[in-house]
Ligand binder design. Structure first.
Ligand code: WT7
Length: 635
């Protein structure tokens, strides 16, 4: 039996049991059989959640790019590693083979070295979704520099905070980027950010939009001439398994962003193993994850996981709406995509549009569909399943976090029967626990609680850059000897998990715990509703009452708002109970969202509480303009 490739449910249970009974042996076998190491580990695992300290494959030496590139050259040199699909559909797609990737990564690595970058130095990457982004990530890994990718939609302030937090010496960027019909002046944003970043001595600038930008003498250099002059050979830096590979910032519930530190060996093993199984990747498949490499989803499941498996991974520069709402499906047809991985927010937006945008294209290449990032509501799940998967491609609802490095709870397609809105079963090696408010584990099925993980897995983040105390307090202090995820979950009668949402979004109404997600699901079932968000606001008798923000579909516009309010509350009463009825319903044209598509409830909560004196940082919003609209119409 191969533990590496799980093909049916019985096999999953066998592998899972083994992974829990003897985790060290389990992970050691996978690490040994499927990767190249320069030196073997002395010990598979050393851990103590109370410190917390977690070490995997201690003493082992490797370079992750040897695993992602070099070792494939002999058998797959001419296979496409990265398939780049540009923003403009009339521009040709670019196929970068493993041979070409090897040369381009080495050239980039040599350029970084020439600029004085050494092992352990932090490199800030602020690039759009162009090949240079993936190549520079790998170039850092080649020479042991720690990459800190900042999503190229973040503002100058957000960028500066992230550059300074980990003392980046260099910033990699481009003259600008394409986003649908618009261009964005990335270099201008970098210039503004760097006014506050005295530690940055160099920027390397890729040319993408050929805009006329100013280059600061002595600091800014065009990338391409340096690459052209660089050697295509660069010996990999030999790293310890526990050397940091990258830092990636994630927003906390309060305060400044947390620089999650991921290390090399365990992260590689875990992302590769999960990629293979969760997407059932087979040789010659074309895999597409629509995320940006600026998020953990892109790090783990556009770059490292796929390349460690010798896969063909698509990088899409554009947006789902350009030139029209059919773009995703046009790309699926054009490149005969086999695995497609996206976010519920994208699915809901696409589902609002006419089906003609889907039906025009041949989607028969699709075998596996994935979602990630937030709970997927039942309506969106069915739309995805019916119209994209044609009821024959399993949907993998993958639950995980920036901090977990890789997918944690997920169906394995063709093995695990799926259930709408359920992330289903823990991946091998993952030991979830549901905890009650008193810190006790809730055993058995048909229960709900706070989701923790009780045993380390190889890709867990090891610390927060420069702030180990915050790492301990955020993740290891709420429940003793458990990693606390911040999410609530329920376990059904067969042991399937459903993530019910952040526990910080729980609202207690008249002493009842109400999750925002199930109420939103109920509201979204109304045929006139496109999207909704619930927050709590203070109420004299109930403690808290519920305030709903609702976006209507075109079909709902012009309808009587008071009637709609009654109908929405009727559905909630039917699905959840009268306790969950909304006291106030405000119809709006938009909801404030982060660039990764999450609704910023913090802002909605403040508006509903009429506490708008200090809305906090709105600079990272995708659509800051809706905030004013919502404030103007508050009930
Ligand atoms: C939070 C982590 C992991 C990559 C993208 C998000 C929520 C994530 C699911 C899912 C329900 C989900 C959780 C989690 N989440 N996936 N399949 N079902 N909720 O990474 O920004 O670190 O956010 O996203 O609340 O804690 P992130």
């Amino acid at each position: 039996m191969s533990n590496y490739h799980i093909k049916h449910l019985e096999e999953y249970y066998q592998v899972y049991r083994k992974s829990v009974r003897n985790p060290e042996v389990f992970w050691e076998e996978i690490a040994e059989e499927h990767f190249v190491w320069r030196k073997r580990w002395n010990k598979v695992l050393d851990w103590d959640f109370s410190k917390p300290e977690i070490k995997w494959f201690e003493g082992a030496k490797l370079n992750i790019t040897e695993n992602c590139i070099d070792r494939h050259l002999r058998t797959k040199g001419d296979k496409t590693a990265i398939l780049f699909e540009p923003n403009d559909p009339s521009e040709a797609a670019e196929h970068i083979t493993y041979n070409q990737l090897y040369k381009r990564v080495n050239q980039f690595a040599n350029v970084l070295k020439e600029q004085g970058i050494k092992k352990g130095d932090r490199v800030c990457i602020y690039l759009p979704m162009i090949p240079e982004l993936a190549i520079s990530v790998l170039a850092c890994a080649r020479i042991g520099a720690i990459h800190s990718v900042v999503f190229a939609g973040f503002s100058a302030t957000a960028l500066a905070t992230r550059i300074n937090d980990c003392d980046c010496k260099i910033v990699l960027t481009s003259d600008g980027s394409y986003r649908g019909a618009k261009t964005i002046d990335l270099k201008g944003i970098v210039d503004t950010a760097l006014e506050q970043c005295p530690g940055v001595k160099t920027t390397l600038v890729a040319k993408r939009i050929n805009s006329d930008i100013s280059m600061k003498e002595g600091r800014d250099k065009w990338l391409q001439p340096l690459l052209d002059a660089a050697s295509t050979e660069c010996a990999p830096e030999i790293m310890d398994a526990e050397d940091p590979l990258f830092i990636l910032y994630t927003s906390g519930s309060t305060g400044k962003p947390k620089g999650m530190v991921h290390t090399t060996g365990g992260y590689m093993v875990y992302t590769a193993y999960t990629f293979k199984n969760v997407f059932q990747y087979k040789e010659n498949d074309i895999y597409w994850c629509t995320a940006d490499i600026g998020w953990i989803t892109g790090h783990s499941y556009i770059v490292y996981g796929p390349l460690a498996n010798g896969a063909t991974t698509v990088m899409f520069e554009g947006v789902p709406t350009y030139p029209d709402w059919g773009r995703f499906w046009e790309i699926v047809e054009k490149h005969k995509i086999n695995q497609f991985y996206t976010a519920p927010t994208a699915i809901r937006a696409l589902a609002k549009e006419k089906l003609d945008f889907v039906d025009k294209y041949d989607l028969s290449s699709l075998k596996v569909l994935g979602t990630v990032g937030e709970p997927i509501n039942e309506e969106a799940w069915h739309w995805y399943n019916d119209n994209i998967g044609k009821k024959k491609s399993p949907i993998v609802d993958t639950w995980w976090q920036t901090e977990t490095g890789g997918i944690m709870i997920t169906p394995i397609p063709f093995a695990t029967p799926t259930k709408p809105t359920y992330a289903t079963l823990p991946f091998p090696g993952i030991q979830p626990a549901l905890m009650d408010e008193n810190g006790q584990e809730i055993k058995g099925n048909q229960v709900d609680g706070r989701l923790c993980i009780k045993f380390p897995w190889p890709a867990i983040a090891r610390t927060i850059w420069g702030n180990h105390k915050r790492y301990r307090e955020t993740y290891f202090s709420t429940f003793k000897n458990q990693y606390f995820t911040g999410d609530g979950a329920l376990r059904d009668e067969v042991g399937y998990y459903r993530i019910t949402g952040r526990v910080d979004d729980v609202i207690i109404v008249s002493g009842h715990n109400l999750g925002t997600a199930p109420i939103e699901d109920a509201i979204n079932e109304h045929q006139a509703v496109a999207e909704s968000a619930i927050v709590g606001f203070p109420h004299d008798i109930k403690g808290n009452a519920l305030y709903g923000y609702v976006i209507l579909k075109e079909t709902g516009e012009g309808r009587d708002h008071d009637n709609l309010r009654k109908e929405i509350n009727q559905i909630i009463t039917e699905r959840i109970g009268a306790i969950a009825k909304l006291d106030k319903i405000q119809f709006t044209n938009g909801l404030p969202k982060t660039r990764s598509g999450k609704i910023m409830r913090r802002i909605l909560r403040k508006i509903a509480c009429k506490d708008t004196g200090n809305l906090g940082d709105t600079s990272t919003l995708l659509n800051p303009e809706v905030v004013q609209e919502i404030m103007d119409n508050v009930l």
